[in-house]
Ligand binder design. Structure first.
Ligand code: SF4
Ligand code: SF4
Length: 228
């Protein structure tokens, strides 16, 4: 059933309207003077003006910005991805494809894990940059970097294969734009099991013995019935 519309009772100042205009003007002037004064403060990011992009690229990107993907390597230069497939599984856009391979002998200096991705593809045209893949990765191998200029002309260029993903990592490392390691949530140990009192243990043992004794005649009875 539709709700009855209750008409608002306006006050005298609201009906005159002038007071409301003055209130609005006060807010506008407040913002104007705040921005005007900020123009004279030192520091590039305090000036509330438009950024003259692409001529001016000095603007700092937020450290949590999610840009183009990269596959990270560890300190020894080994690929960190173990091809567990968790990123592909959680991806809501289903844009990650992984082909798993086993590490052979002598490849320990190339791959950190016993398995590695022989092929790793991210389809940027389908990606929604939610960041689930980097959040779920147990090795922090896949990361969304700070690269935001990835407009391309063809669909093929938007398909990031493993080579491109590793290249993105190398570029970010050279430019000092690597994401700092994630903060790990400390694992809380499980509380110890309460110790059973001696009396309770004895009672339990007794109950089990009684249960067994009760079950035995039933089983015997069934066997006798079958023989008949
Ligand atoms: S990037 Fe991470 S989550 Fe994805 S397959 Fe590699 S190790 Fe697993
Ligand atoms: S950012 Fe989101 S949509 Fe893009 S690949 Fe990762 S999980 Fe998939």
């Amino acid at each position: 059933m539709a709700k009855p519309v209750v008409k608002k009772e306006y006050t005298l100042s609201e009906r005159i309207y002038l007071w409301e205009i003055l209130k609005g003007m006060k807010l506008t002037w407040g913002h104007f003077w705040f921005n005007f004064k900020a123009c004279w403060r030192p520091g590039p990011h305090t000036i509330p003006t438009c950024w003259q992009y692409p001529e001016d690229r000095t603007r700092e990107i937020s450290p949590i910005f999610r840009g183009e993907h990269m596959l990270q390597k560890d300190d020894k230069g080994r690929e960190m991805c173990i091809a567990c497939g968790m990123c592909a599984k959680i991806c809501p856009a289903k844009c990650i494809t992984i082909k798993k391979a086993k590490r052979k002998e002598g490849e320990e200096d190339k791959y950190a894990g016993k398995t590695y991705p022989a092929a790793f593809e991210v389809d940027l045209l389908r990606c929604i940059f939610c960041g689930f893949c980097q959040d779920v990765c147990p090795k922090e191998a896949i990361v969304l970097g700070q690269e935001y200029e990835f407009a391309r002309y063809t669909k093929e260029e938007c398909l990031l294969d493993k080579r491109k993903l590793l290249l993105n990592y190398r570029r970010a490392k050279e430019e000092g734009k690597l994401r700092p390691p994630r903060k790990r949530v400390p694992v809380v140990p499980a509380p110890p099991k309460p110790e059973k009192a001696e009396g309770a243990e004895a009672k339990e043992g007794k109950a089990a013995a009684v249960g067994k004794a009760k079950k035995k005649p039933v089983a015997k009875k069934k066997v006798a019935e079958k023989e008949e």
